[in-house]
Design a protein around this ligand. Sequence first.
Ligand SMILES: [Zn+2]
Length: 141
Amino acid sequence: MHTAEHVLNQTMVRMFGRGRAFSSHIERKKSKCDYRFGRELTEAEAAELERRVNEVLRSDLPVTAELVPMDKAKAELDLRRLPPEAAGGGLRVVRVGDYDACPCIGEHVASTGSIGFFRIVSSSFAAGVLRVRFRLEPPAA
Ligand SMILES: [Zn+2]
């Protein structure tokens, strides 16, 4: 679920040029991510979002974590939302193949092929916030 969230966030960034989720609630059965957005997603956009995320999952990209020196991380990543206390020393950067890189201390699957099928349950928009609810279906045997 959590690794799927990385892929979803990067796909949102690529499709709409806005930020990653500013808040998320990840659970085993169903998760949700909140984005600063101007409107509801259209049905076509939701379908395209789902299609793109699943394309990445099917590609079975390796998920790796490495400690990157802060100056290098600054050059490569958008660190605006990083808490200031993280500014010293290195930064743990999690990569999903060459699709996504983002600072994260969480746990991840070894490759996206084991995540399964990504399904958007619903999305809604209120007060400038787009909420995307999703679940995962087990990978086909
Ligand atoms: Zn993570």
